[in-house]
Design a protein around this ligand. Structure first.
Ligand code: ATP
Length: 362
């Protein structure tokens, strides 16, 4: 039975470093939840507090109805998967997967049944008699998953499980991990610094920065409606322009920047005229070429560099003259290629794609 995991006001410090700084999160039963952030943001520390390997100074952790904050790791019913697969080299796949059940004194017949089920779930039944050194990295990680799942944990914890795999296998295993979590119906908490992994696999994610949660939401929420410069810059690519709120026009804000004036449908009600803000413009939302009549957010620029990739061109476009900034523009099915000489171009963007954020650090 999947359980919720509720983290309330959790604090964990190491000397002067507050690795987890009053974090509160609610993870729903059966949810595949990601903790995402740059190196040192506290994601592993938070996961280890949930597993019971670290004791927090304050705050609480509940799994379902049960408070587990002060319980030992083996009393929590969590299965953990590490970056290094941590398989026993002298044991076969079956023996590795059965190990946790033997420790728990589960009977032989029940162990055999559960090992067979776990190996089938990770599609490793045909490798049951192999030793770890006869398996590829991806296969070893499948065995590590089976070993975590076989004990029927309340919650599966995954710490950068794909970091040791090459790029192609990582892509394949992303989909596999999602399938396995969903088929087993478990609540899973997954730590990564790889935003593509989080965007493509998570039900919801929390972006961590300096021990705090910058933003929590579905991948689309965080990508399309970031709430801070840090979240916008960490997830995906974006262009930031410094600006000032110039007017409030009914359902839109008008922000003035050195690079032009921008109408935005984001952030209404959050800002007043005169506020200093950052405007975030994703490269794929900027269009190059003629805009239709009446389109707001049309500015003139100079395309001075283009990387042509066939289906898409990545342009560097200077806006706002010599004092302005370069913005990156992704142009699908490109027609304008500035390989040799700078070219004038018109850039435009829909008001719903102009995101206004409090001025901050990316
Ligand atoms: P990475 O992606 O590099 O693993 P992370 O986001 O998982 O980073 P943590 O490992 O949780 O970050 O570390 C958060 C902060 O706590 C860092 O400043 C780190 O140096 C510190 N820290 C973590 N573990 C310890 C420890 N055992 N002793 C002292 N400081 C620690």
């Amino acid at each position: 039975m999947a359980v919720s995991v509720v983290i309330n006001n959790l604090v964990k410090t190491f000397g002067e470093t507050r690795a987890v700084d009053h974090i509160s999160l609610t993870i729903d039963p059966g949810e595949l939840f990601f903790l995402l952030g740059p190196s040192g943001c506290g994601k592993t520390t938070l996961l280890r507090c949930i597993a019971g390997f670290h004791q927090p100074e304050s705050g609480s952790i509940h799994m379902g109805e049960q408070e587990v904050t002060r319980l030992q790791p083996h009393q929590r019913d969590t299965g953990m998967v590490f970056q290094s697969y941590a398989l026993w080299p002298h044991m076969t796949v079956t023996q590795n997967v059965a190990f946790g059940l033997e420790m728990r004194k589960v009977g032989k017949a029940e162990t055999a049944k559960r090992v067979a089920e776990a190996l089938a779930l990770v599609r490793m039944s045909d490798r049951a008699d192999y030793k770890p050194n006869q398996l590829s990295g991806g296969q070893q990680q499948r065995v590590a998953l089976a070993r975590a799942l076989v004990i029927h944990p309340k919650c599966l914890l995954l710490d950068e499980p794909l970091s040791n795999l090459d790029a192609k296998l990582r892509l394949e295993m992303r989909t596999e991990i999602r399938r396995i979590c969903k088929e087993s119906g478990l609540t899973a908490i997954y730590v990564t610094h790889d935003q593509k992994e989080a965007l493509s696999v998570a039900d919801r994610l929390a972006v961590l920065n300096g021990g705090i949660v910058e933003q929590c939401g579905t991948p689309e929420d965080v990508y399309l409606r970031p709430q801070s410069v840090f979240a916008a810059g960490f997830i995906g690519e974006t262009n930031f322009l410094d600006g000032t709120v110039k007017k409030i026009l009914g359902d839109r804000l008008l922000v003035s920047t050195q690079e032009g004036d921008w109408e935005s449908k984001h952030g209404l009600g959050s800002y007043e005229v005169g506020d200093e803000v950052s405007v975030s413009l994703r490269p794929e939302t900027l269009h190059i070429g003629d805009a239709s009549a009446g389109q707001p957010n049309v500015v003139e620029g100079i395309v001075h560099d283009t990387v042509y990739l066939g289906e898409v061109a990545q342009h560097q476009v200077r806006l706002g003259g010599d004092n302005g900034k370069n913005v990156k523009v992704f142009d699908l099915n490109p027609r304008i290629i500035a390989r040799n000489a700078p070219q004038k171009a018109t850039i435009w963007v829909d008001a719903q794609d102009v995101v206004v954020l409090p001025r901050g650090k990316a």
